[in-house]
Design a protein around this ligand. Structure first.
Ligand SMILES: Cc1cc2nc3c(=O)[nH]c(=O)nc-3n(C[C@H](O)[C@H](O)[C@H](O)COP(=O)(O)O)c2cc1C
Length: 114
């Protein structure tokens, strides 16, 4: 059997990625109170436009005190959902799958923005 190339689709249970190119989660330290907005729409959306199969949202705090820094994305409230949903809808519309890295930074949480 031939080895699949990076550009071959990748079925993962119920989702098939259009290729094997994945954007790793990358903290941007660029939001207030955990709310994503235009910055993340552009930052993550450009990867979908560029053809990545899967785009993973940066480490996202499940509690406010569990964020790496206070500039991190958050998902500890339903109020955070619309901003993230807007990004996901754009990624899907451009043919990319969306992922998210849920996190709690433990003892290293709640530091200042770098
Ligand atoms: C700007 C930046 C932000 C990053 N933020 C995260 C993060 O939120 N979560 C994480 O697990 N890794 C983070 N990383 C690490 C990357 O996910 C990745 O593991 C690292 O860049 C090495 O990737 P590579 O092994 O493909 O070279 C970050 C890396 C960079 C450059």
């Amino acid at each position: 059997m031939d080895t699949p190339t990076l550009l071959a689709p990748l079925p993962l249970r119920g989702v098939t990625l259009r290729n094997r190119l994945v954007v790793a989660p990358m903290c941007q330290y660029s939001v207030t109170d955990g709310f994503v907005g235009d910055y993340h729409l552009v930052h993550l959306g450009r990867f979908a436009l560029g053809g990545f199969g899967l785009v993973i949202v940066e480490a996202t705090g499940v509690t406010p005190e569990g964020r790496i820094s206070h500039g991190d994305v958050g998902l500890w409230s339903d109020d955070h959902v619309p901003g993230l949903a807007r990004v996901v809808e754009f990624l899907h519309a451009q043919g990319a799958a969306a992922g998210i890295q849920l996190g709690h930074a433990g003892a290293k949480a709640s530091s200042r923005r770098p």
